[in-house]
Design a protein around this ligand. Structure first.
Ligand code: C5P
Length: 218
């Protein structure tokens, strides 16, 4: 039978990355951060002088990417870029390159190659709708824009990075709009996905809820 997949989709800063990693660890499953793949594409393009608007060049670039995820680090062409893909500029770039259908197609096999025994937890925007439509468990994880902005703000302040709550909220709303309104693979709850609203949940509670769902779906 097919290797089980738990697909977790949701908007920016919903906490799905943290929650997905914890679920993967609890089950001993592999983990795919699909957003990181779009971030890497944006960074690689920037470095090679390819415009985030140049769909054909981006699709070609995607075929040539030498990416490796190892021990919590991300490598591009052998260089650690874990921090470099987390900047605000690359967050914007990722959501700009992600609108191009040819690039999304070019990144499909790479994402699907993460599906290996004993199982995979994959987080992103279109895990349940496009990349793993046959996922055993599908979760749409959200929180209000205000709660997400506050979480992101606290993260930055804790890291000693200057941050402005109003700007963060504005930025999140711009990215949400671009991700939800694009023609191809928009951020959207799959009909068969369970809605998990985390505004009033702790990380532990969200992880427990998903583990319960995955047991129910097994
Ligand atoms: O999840 P993260 O914020 O790292 O994703 C960065 C951007 O990549 C998102 O804003 C979205 O535009 C894009 N993305 C996507 N499909 C995915 C994951 C991310 O289009 N499966």
């Amino acid at each position: 039978s097919a290797v089980p997949v738990i697909a977790i989709d949701g908007p920016s800063a919903s906490g799905k990355g943290t929650v997905a990693q914890r679920v993967a660890k609890a089950l001993g499953y592999h983990y795919l951060d699909s957003g990181a793949i779009y971030r890497i594409a944006a960074l690689a393009a920037l470095r090679r002088g390819i415009s985030w608007q140049d769909e054909a060049a981006l699709a070609k670039l995607a075929q040539e990417l030498d990416i490796c995820f190892l021990d919590d680090e991300i490598y591009l062409d052998g260089e650690i870029i874990t921090e470099a893909v987390r900047t605000e500029e690359i967050s914007r770039g990722a959501s700009e390159v992600a609108v191009h259908p040819a690039l999304r197609r070019a990144l499909l096999n790479l994402q699907q190659s993460f599906r290996k025994a004993p199982g995979l937890v994959a987080d992103g925007r279109d895990m349940a709708t496009v990349v793993f439509p046959d996922a055993q468990t599908k979760i749409f994880l959200t929180a209000s824009a205000e709660v997400r902005a506050e979480r992101r703000y606290k993260q930055l302040i804790e890291k000693g990075i200057h941050a402005n709550l109003a700007e963060i909220l504005q930025d999140l709303q711009t990215r949400d709009a671009r991700d939800s309104q694009r023609a191809v693979a928009p951020l959207q709850k799959s009909e068969s996905a369970r809605l998990l609203e985390t505004s009033d949940l702790s990380i532990d509670q969200a992880v427990e809820a998903i583990l319960d769902y995955s047991r129910a779906d097994a």
